[in-house]
Design a protein around this ligand. Structure first.
Ligand SMILES: [Zn+2]
Ligand SMILES: [Zn+2]
Ligand SMILES: [Zn+2]
Length: 147
């Protein structure tokens, strides 16, 4: 059993959540690429192929439980929801490589919500997403070598 699976199992147990074979399988699939987002549809399809009778609703609920416990993180890529195992720290953002898709954790200074609230009179801000993208150091080095 991989460390990521062990960690997820512990978090679920500590929070009184059920640990099922399907839940373990979901983490195993995500643990194959811990620093890449993958489409939730792919995870869903793999799980339901292995477990006939498993519903899309159950897979989705498992995902949401994992997300609320900080085990996985999700993002929207257009219409597609993507998922990966969570980085180490609670509040963080990502740098995502346009070439290889590798995700690196980044910190950001605290956000000045008042600055934005001023532009949105009468509105209530609930949260934010922030993402940097570009070419990662590995991909840049590989490109230089290829020349
Ligand atoms: Zn992260
Ligand atoms: Zn933030
Ligand atoms: Zn890269």
């Amino acid at each position: 059993m991989s460390t990521l699976v062990e960690q997820a199992r512990k978090v679920l147990k500590d929070n009184g959540s059920r640990w099922t074979k399907q839940r373990q399988q979901m983490i195993e699939i995500l643990a194959e690429h811990p620093d890449h987002y993958i489409d939730f549809t792919d995870v869903d399809q793999r799980l339901r192929k292995d477990n006939p009778g498993l519903s899309h609703g159950t897979v989705y609920r498992n995902l949401k439980d994992f997300e609320s416990l900080g085990i996985v993180e999700t993002r929207q890529a257009g219409e597609r929801m993507q998922v990966k195992v969570c980085c180490d720290s609670n509040h963080h953002h990502h740098f995502i490589c346009d070439v290889c898709g590798r995700v690196q954790e980044i910190k950001m200074p605290p956000i000045d919500y008042a600055f934005f609230a001023k532009q949105l009179p009468g509105a209530k801000i609930n949260g934010h997403t922030f993402e940097l993208h570009g070419i990662c150091a590995n991909c840049r080095a590989n490109k230089k070598k290829a020349k």
